[in-house]
Design a protein around this ligand. Structure first.
Ligand SMILES: [Zn+2]
Length: 291
């Protein structure tokens, strides 16, 4: 008669009042012991294994510690899985323990401290490899991407200090007289000529010139579909092609082009369409608009 290897089976690690965790194993001695001691609480096992009360207590402590280590590992593993998900990697359950509510078969028994520690030791490198070889590189590029995206969001103030809004985004009466309405594609901030104007996000200057109604103006492409425009400047401090960081000097406030007085006309474009800069700016401490 041929000796047949035992089939893989599941051990349940139970702690009073806590959800049991299950581990697939096939160590023969454990199976035999498990068959014999099936359903016997950990304490009883410890008492059987130990030669006296002290040993039994120690063994019980060890078993408990081993259980805790395994639970910690399980938590760590699921955290690594979360990171993996955030990094956009496909789900991988190959090394994960089956969820407690998944169908489980085999003989349920209790495991001794030594086996549990062995199991913990074998699981550590698995988790470590997963983290180092797969999750970390992907996560780093995800974080870099998230940082670049955050840096492209035009959420800084174009003028430092308290901002005085003189005209909001949207339909408004023609500021040069008449009863006709016009679409105002940005927000106007009043200030003294020469006031420094700053880039509201990282990007590349795509236009820095004097032309049309905008007068001296600068357009910055921030990537991720965002562009900003700074118009009616008295001076331009950048030229096309320059790389800028959020807060870099763009120029100075002025009244060039179609302007009724010194102010900054500031626009935010998303996918080529002007959007209300207030979506991105925290303008809580601005003075109320006058129109
Ligand atoms: Zn304007």
């Amino acid at each position: 008669m041929r000796f047949r290897l035992p089939r893989p089976y599941t051990i349940l690690i139970t702690r009073t009042g806590e959800t049991p965790i299950a581990i697939d194993l096939r160590p023969l001695p454990l199976i035999l012991m498990g068959l014999f001691l099936a359903a016997v609480p950990v304490v009883w096992v410890a008492q059987l294994v130990g030669h006296n009360g002290k040993l039994a207590a120690e063994n019980e402590n060890l078993t408990e510690t081993a259980n805790e280590v395994l639970l910690e590992l399980e938590t760590l593993d699921s955290e690594v899985e979360d990171l993996r998900e955030r990094a956009g990697l496909p789900e991988n359950n190959s090394s994960a323990l089956p969820p407690a509510d998944s169908p489980q078969g085999g003989v349920a028994g209790t495991a001794d401290a030594e086996s549990l520690f062995e199991l913990a030791k074998s699981r550590m490198p698995q988790i470590d490899t997963k983290l180092e070889a797969q999750v970390r590189p992907a996560l780093e590029s995800t974080l870099a991407e998230e940082a670049a995206q955050a840096a492209a969001l035009p959420n800084a103030k174009p003028i430092s200090g308290k901002l005085e809004v003189t005209s909001e985004f949207g339909l408004r009466r023609n500021p040069f007289g008449g009863s006709r309405f016009e679409m105002h594609n940005g927000i106007d901030f009043r200030g003294p000529t020469g006031t420094p104007i700053y880039a509201t996000a990282d990007g590349i200057v795509v236009k820095a010139e004097r032309s049309g109604g905008y007068g001296k103006h600068v357009i910055i492409d921030h990537g991720y579909t965002y562009e900003t425009l700074y118009a009616h400047l008295s001076e331009i401090s950048l030229q096309a092609g320059d790389r800028v960081k959020r807060g870099d000097l763009v120029g100075a406030l002025g009244s060039t082009g179609r302007s009724s007085g010194p102010h900054l006309h500031y626009e935010v474009h998303r996918n080529g369409q002007p959007v209300n800069p207030r979506y991105y700016l925290d303008l809580e401490d601005t003075l109320a608009p006058q129109n």
